[in-house]
Design a protein around this ligand. Structure first.
Ligand SMILES: [Zn+2]
Length: 428
């Protein structure tokens, strides 16, 4: 695999120019820009027709208020058919936003997103399974609001961030069984068997798969024929870019099986987002052939107009190191940890949690009043007083649980939770 775009000395001249169209748009608006301008491009080559994208650049946190605009970029890579990918594309965003309490201010909205993403993913999975259709999908779901990027992921489509000075950050998780020992341990503990295909004579071939079903991923939406231990609970990571902005590359495994993170970034360095997405897909297909659906979204987050230009002067020394900002175990979660140094290019990490335990993921209270007591924390169904079951019921400390100890689940979502934890058989 080769890397392109680098000069002989390894330096890369990638200063991102603000395109004329954006400058004209700013001129027409005649207003001070607080949020960054966003440019995006998408490209895809289809082999099985199971990759889908969702791009919405004009969502509003407060309906009717143009100052609360945010964008959504997502890739759904289906397997065993495309029904799950299409269903998730059509329903996931709504399910996530339905789980965000109303009347939050902007900081509260950022803090509420990790939990709402978990609820939205689980509800979407549960509703899709209720339809009785097979098939499953990976999801890499990016919410971009100002300089804050929140990424929720299940499966092996990935999202990387190139910060303004050239550092790379992986913002999604990898839920391939071959690459994730902790997930292998989790699903084995739930009663699944993990192994490779056995040929006659005992030779093992192909990737690690879980049985029954033979899926090589540990998390997805759908896949009711595989088992509830394949959970839809997403890894969630939230970071805040500096005003200098950056570039996101979101792509399905068709790209990442052919290109390293570094070579994908270097290969489209300095190109506009739409050209960059096209080049990445073409290069991936050139390297590996069109063996899988190959999809890429490139999003450029440009510096706002009113930022002093000295802040935006690129560093001379570009770093090309993939930084895993928070290499913590999935069972740990963190809010608002700061990095050790500060500077105009710092990508600040705000949140990360990859646990597969629903109780842990819904039990996050970064601010008060994050849940409504008589709504199911997953499906948001209204419940009568006394009807909901505390997430903590059945836990070690359950003796001290009061009936009003939220968050609460409806009976149906409690059954889903227990099935995902291997405590009751899945519905197959
Ligand atoms: Zn529910």
């Amino acid at each position: 695999m080769s890397s392109h775009g680098a000069g002989a000395d390894g330096s890369l001249a990638c200063d991102r120019m603000v395109p004329l169209s954006v400058l004209l748009k700013r001129e027409l608006r005649g207003e001070k820009i607080e949020k960054p301008d966003i440019l995006h491009g998408v490209a895809s080559q289809s082999k099985k027709g199971e990759d889908f994208t969702l791009i919405k650049t004009e969502c509003q946190r407060v309906p009717g208020n143009g100052g609360t605009t945010f964008s959504v970029f997502a890739i759904f890579d289906g397997h065993n058919g495309c029904a799950a990918a299409i269903y998730a594309k059509e329903n996931l965003l709504h399910n996530i936003l339905s789980a965000v309490p109303s009347d939050l201010d902007r900081d509260e909205w950022f803090a509420a997103l990790p939990r709402a993403l978990v609820a939205g993913f689980v509800k979407t999975d549960k509703d899709f399974q209720d339809k009785g259709k097979t098939s499953g999908t990976t999801v890499t779901f990016v919410i971009l609001d100002g300089q804050t990027v929140t990424v929720a992921s299940v499966g092996d489509s990935r999202c990387i961030l190139e910060s303004a000075e050239g550092s790379l950050y992986l913002l999604s998780a990898d839920h391939r069984l071959d690459d994730n020992e902790e997930e292998v341990e989790r699903i084995t503990a739930c009663g699944a068997e993990v192994g490779r295909l056995n040929l006659a004579g005992g030779a093992e071939v192909g990737p690690l798969r879980c049985w029954p079903g033979g899926l090589c991923l540990s998390r997805s939406i759908g896949d009711m024929d595989v088992g509830e231990f394949i959970v839809p609970i997403p890894h969630v990571k939230q970071v805040k870019l500096s005003y200098a902005g950056g570039r996101l590359i979101i792509a399905s495994d068709g790209v990442w099986d052919a290109l390293s993170f570094e070579s994908a970034v270097n290969f489209c360095c300095g190109l506009p987002a739409d050209v960059a997405a096209n080049k990445i897909v073409k290069k991936a297909v050139q390297v590996k052939g069109l063996r899988d659906d190959t999809t890429c979204i490139v999003v450029d987050i440009l510096p706002p107009e009113n930022i002093p230009s000295d802040i935006l002067t690129p560093k001379k020394q570009r770093m090309r190191v993939l930084e895993y900002m928070l290499c913590k175990k999935p069972c740990e979660s963190s809010f608002h940890r700061s990095r050790e140094y500060c500077g105009p290019y710092v990508v600040e990490e705000l949140f990360e949690d990859g646990s597969a335990l629903l109780a842990q993921r819904l039990n996050i209270y970064p601010i008060s009043n994050m849940f409504k007591l008589f709504l199911c924390a997953v499906c948001q169904a209204e419940m009568k007083p006394g009807e909901g079951i505390s997430l903590h019921a059945g836990s070690v400390k359950s003796g001290k649980i009061c009936p009003w100890d939220g968050p609460l689940l409806c009976r149906s979502c409690l059954a889903k939770k227990e099935a995902m934890e291997g405590k009751r058989p899945s519905r197959i």
